[in-house]
Design a protein around this ligand. Structure first.
Ligand SMILES: Cc1cc2nc3c(=O)[nH]c(=O)nc-3n(C[C@H](O)[C@H](O)[C@H](O)COP(=O)(O)OP(=O)(O)OC[C@H]3O[C@@H](n4cnc5c(N)ncnc54)[C@H](O)[C@@H]3O)c2cc1C
Length: 323
């Protein structure tokens, strides 16, 4: 891990590059000369490409993805979404910027963040598509200029089936933020428990805490993340990176509930249902109700199980149930 002064210099340089990219974008929009436009695009791609290793070094997952999608676009035209201004909230819908298939049943969707669409880490938004609306937790952080969601495509589910075919350039509507599943600021230690996509609000909270402008050093986080299979941890690289970069303040413990299955061959981490890790974590890390808030998010079975296991221990527990 590098010296803080190096990191600050790198952050300053990246902020400058971002400003440069934004200026290039606005120049491109007003440019009528095709040759000049092509030159501007080339510069934009080169700048983005140069910044990716830097961002990876700083472990700024979200920004890195933004640069990567610019840098890896080898075609002569940049994707239209980068040339389009942020849409007004509610006007025509927000465009899908990127779709990452974690598994055939799990997608990370990145969409435009409409102007004025403000939220707090942990909140969820209603996404609308073809006349149907469903609520999804926002995985991106408030300082990021896009919105990100981590979605399970439930077989036969009305929205899931619609989302299965959504791709870059499609539009979704966004409304009705909801949000009591927020970080409880009274506590210094935060024990987060998630099943698969239930990690989404925690990604937002952790990006906010570690890469946001208001990052605070007096908070400690432990994330217990459960899934059936090892390929379902959609943010494993980012979370393991954070755990290395902030070893004193963040612990990431993914666990697979079906360790014997061939798909989990070679799994190096914890085994068993995520709920079973809660009490051992409390005991070994000596977590106290006075300083620790516990959060459980995802399938109701896990959320109820965690609440039951904590019964009578006086911990403050916040819950978000998806099904
Ligand atoms: C506050 C909140 C935040 C949410 N955030 C997320 C999120 O970040 N990511 C995400 O993937 N989902 C999230 N959900 C769940 C999401 O809103 C939908 O319920 C889910 O996508 C299924 O919708 P559907 O229309 O495809 O299925 P439906 O047609 O509504 O339901 C089909 C069947 O699937 C069952 N079902 C519903 N949800 C699930 C599920 N998650 N797993 C298994 N079975 C289910 C239903 O009980 C029903 O039997 C959240 C829900 C809430 C209330």
């Amino acid at each position: 891990v590098s010296d803080e002064a190096d990191r600050q210099r790198a952050r300053g340089g990246l902020r400058q590059t971002l400003r440069g990219l934004d200026m290039l974008e606005s120049n491109l929009q007003s440019c009528s000369d095709p040759q000049l436009a092509e030159t501007l695009r080339k510069i934009q791609r080169r700048k983005a490409r140069q910044s990716v290793p830097f961002l990876n070094w700083l472990r700024l997952g979200g920004e890195s993805a933004r640069f990567s999608s610019l840098a890896s676009d080898a075609s002569t035209d940049l994707p239209a979404q980068f040339l389009e201004k942020r849409p007004e909230h509610g006007a025509g819908g927000a465009m899908v910027l990127d779709r990452l298939e974690v598994t055939p049943a799990l997608v990370r969707l990145k969409i435009q963040r409409p102007a004025g669409f403000d939220f707090k880490p942990g909140q969820s938004a209603k996404i609308g598509l073809a006349g149907l609306k469903r609520r999804y937790s926002i995985a991106s952080a408030p300082h990021e200029d896009f919105l990100e969601f981590f979605i399970e495509l439930v077989p036969g589910g009305d929205m899931s089936e619609r989302l299965r075919s959504v791709s870059r350039g499609d539009r979704l509507t966004l409304d009705s933020l909801s949000g009591s599943f927020l970080l409880n600021e009274k506590f210094s230690t935060h024990l987060m428990v998630a099943t698969v996509t239930g990690v989404a609000p925690f990604i937002s909270m952790l990006r906010h805490a570690f890469t946001g402008p208001e990052s605070r050093r007096d908070r400690r986080f432990i994330l217990l993340h459960g899934a059936s299979y090892q390929n379902e941890f959609g943010y494993r690289n980012e979370l393991e990176g954070l755990a290395v970069a902030h070893a004193e303040r963040f612990i990431y413990m993914p666990t697979v509930s079906r360790p014997e299955e061939p798909a989990n061959t070679g799994w190096p981490g914890e085994r068993g249902r995520v709920g079973t890790l809660v009490q051992p974590t409390i005991d070994t890390r000596q977590l106290e109700p006075a300083s620790t808030c516990i959060y459980a998010c995802g399938h109701s079975g896990m959320v109820d199980d965690v609440a039951a296991r904590l019964g009578g221990q006086n911990f403050t527990v916040r819950r978000e149930v998806y099904d």
